[in-house]
Ligand binder design. Structure first.
Ligand code: NAD
Ligand code: ADE
Length: 416
């Protein structure tokens, strides 16, 4: 690894292509640009240190750069050992205080890089998956006044910390904002997971039986978009309401043990471990593709494959072929990590524009209010959620109606 300024990155000379990616992304991140304008002009975050621990690709770099432009010192690490884009990291190291990240970190290096962010004594942390916030608690980093969390799995972990009485500062669960999960989790993952699978495999989607585990926000987006590409979509669920919803949306619903017998592609999106495991591997067809869109690499039991496969080889970038004890082969994409961020660029720019506008708004809200908040997980205030939606409508040139005073009165009254 080379050291550029205080950064620790793969290769600083990679910066030109990273710079092009960042400038391209920034061109389309008009909502973030607009909602951060005042803070950037006023240098509102001057004197603050912000730790950013997100998937380090171009849109993340735009967010980190913009926070630095608003006056903060920004320290960046990646929230996954396999999702840093090294050219983007090199370009970002020229824009923010420090970057500690490279593609293919070992687990030890991954945590070491997050610790480097914490050693800078950040006032605020922007996290994805909660590894940084959890580590800040374990290492008793007392500088932190508040945090924000990007994804469903991170929010679930942080709520568990709140429940156990161990959370020590307020966190805004950006994921809980409608501006986040309705767009990012659903349409963002719907498109970018297909992007990752196609880039990794170059296979045809139309006519394939695609099994989607989990019909939450991510699963809905996946099911919708795979159907749009001509796949025969099957949903597996554990929640009876979500299962019914998938059924009424016209998808086949069945237990995983039945679905795997007919699947061509299986994608997990549950946030839960071992959704695809030994009993399922044993009855899969030869040549099935396995991919994960959930936050952690626990949904497909990769350890079982590692321990029991007769043979293993890399057949293309991001495609590992395992030969099972019964002689059948399965193709695991992106080592069971987030396929959309390992094999592709993550969500489309316009979607991350909304999510990161949410992150910026949450950070600004924390800077203004952290001392009035309790150590709890908060939802992004509704007015900020809606401010971002209004800004996006403006960017898109879309106008909508307003309730008339008479309609407002009508809604308030029970008399008809
Ligand atoms: P969600 O809570 O809305 O949905 C999860 C669904 O999975 C629920 O309906 C739940 O009932 C179902 N489920 C749980 N266990 C199951 C099992 N064993 N089998 C079948 N279904 C099961 O969550 P979400 O917002 O859809 O997020 C899902 C995961 O994706 C999380 O880990 C989240 O952090 C991650 N995520 C990834 C991306 C990405 O870019 N790839 C984007 C957003 C969220
Ligand atoms: N790009 C940066 N962060 C991302 C995320 N959490 N999901 C998808 N794309 C991303």
């Amino acid at each position: 690894m080379s050291v550029a300024c205080k950064s620790i990155i793969k290769d600083p000379s990679l910066w030109p292509s990273g710079e092009r990616k960042i400038l391209w992304a920034r061109r389309f991140m008009k909502v973030l640009e607009s909602i951060s304008r005042n803070a950037r002009v006023e240098k509102k975050f001057k004197g603050l240190r912000v730790g950013v621990v997100l998937h380090l690709e171009a849109k993340t770099a735009v967010l980190a750069w913009i926070i630095q432009e608003a006056g903060a010192e920004v320290y960046v690490a990646c929230c996954n050992p396999e999702t840093t884009q090294d050219d983007v990291a090199a370009a970002l190291a020229r824009k923010v205080t420090a970057v500690y990240a490279w593609r293919g970190e070992t687990i030890e290096e991954y945590y070491e890089n997050i610790k480097r962010v914490l050693k800078a004594k950040p006032d605020f942390i922007i996290d994805d998956g909660a590894d940084c916030i959890v580590l800040a608690h374990e290492l008793n980093v007392t500088s932190v006044k508040g945090g924000t969390e990007e994804t469903t799995t991170g929010v679930i972990r942080l709520k568990a910390m709140e429940r156990d009485g161990v959370l020590r500062f307020p966190v805004i669960g950006v994921n809980e904002g409608r501006i986040k999960y309705l767009f990012d989790n659903r349409y963002g993952t719907g498109q970018s997971t297909i992007d990752g699978i196609l880039r990794a495999t170059n296979i045809m989607i139309a006519g394939k039986r695609v099994v989607i585990a989990g019909y939450g926000w991510v699963g809905r987006g996946l099911a919708m978009r795979f159907r749009g590409m001509g796949a025969k979509v099957i949903v597996t669920e554990v929640d009876p309401i979500k299962a019914l919803e998938a059924h009424m949306e016209g998808f086949e619903v069945m237990p995983m043990i039945e679905a795997v017998k007919i699947a061509d592609i299986i994608i997990t999106a549950t946030g839960v471990n071992k959704v695809v495991r030994e009993e399922h591997f044993k009855v899969m067809r030869d040549g099935v593709f396995l991919a994960n869109a959930g936050h952690f690499d626990v949904e497909i039991d990769v350890r079982w494959l590692e321990e029991h496969a007769k043979a293993k080889r890399e057949v293309r970038p991001h495609v590992t072929e395992y030969t099972l004890p019964n002689g059948k082969r399965v193709y695991l994409l992106a080592k069971g990590r987030l396929v959309n961020l390992v094999a592709a660029d993550g969500h489309p720019i316009e979607v991350m524009d909304l999510s990161f506008a949410g992150q910026f708004a949450a950070l600004e809200y924390l800077v203004d209010n952290y001392d009035k908040l309790e150590p709890k997980v908060y939802t992004l205030p509704r007015e900020l959620d809606e401010k971002i939606a209004w800004e996006k409508l403006k960017v898109e040139g879309i106008r909508i109606d307003k309730l008339t005073p008479e309609q407002i009165e009508y809604l308030k009254s029970w008399r008809r």
